[in-house]
Design a protein around this ligand. Structure first.
Ligand code: FAD
Length: 67
C-alpha cells in the first residue's frame, strides 16, 4: 500500500493496472479503483470523455437542534 502520495495518471490493460505518482514511483495491481473525488484525474486519465456536467439539480440542507 502506498500512502501520502499524489497520483498523476493511470494505465489499465487486460493484465494489470499501473498508477503513476508525482514522486516518480508507480504501483501495480490487478485493477485500479479510483476514489479521488469528483475532479478525479485518474478517471480523466482512463476515461477522458465524458466529463462531469451540471445537471440542473439543487440540494437544500438544514441542520436543527433535536432534543
Ligand atoms: C461543503 C460540502 C458539504 C457536503 N455535505 C454533505 C453532507 O452533509 N452529506 C453528504 O452525504 N454529502 C455531503 N457532501 C458531499 C460529500 O462530501 C461527497 O459526496 C463525498 O465526500 C465524495 O466522496 P469521495 O470519496 O468520492 O471523494 P472525496 O471525499 O472528495 O475524497 C477524495 C480524496 O482523494 C484525494 N485525492 C484527490 N486527488 C488525488 C490525487 N491526485 N492523488 C491522491 N489523492 C487524491 C483527496 O485528497 C481526498 O482525500 C458535501 C460536500 C461539500 C463540498
Amino acid at each position: 500500500m502506498e500512502t501520502s502520495k499524489k497520483a498523476l495518471n493511470a494505465e489499465q490493460n487486460e493484465q494489470e493496472g499501473t498508477l503513476y505518482f508525482e514522486d516518480g514511483t508507480s504501483a501495480k495491481g490487478d485493477y485500479i479503483i479510483a476514489t479521488d473525488g469528483i475532479h478525479s484525474r485518474i478517471r480523466k486519465s482512463l476515461i477522458p470523455e465524458p466529463v462531469p456536467r451540471y445537471a440542473g439539480y439543487t440540494c437544500w440542507r438544514g441542520i436543527i437542534n433535536h432534543h
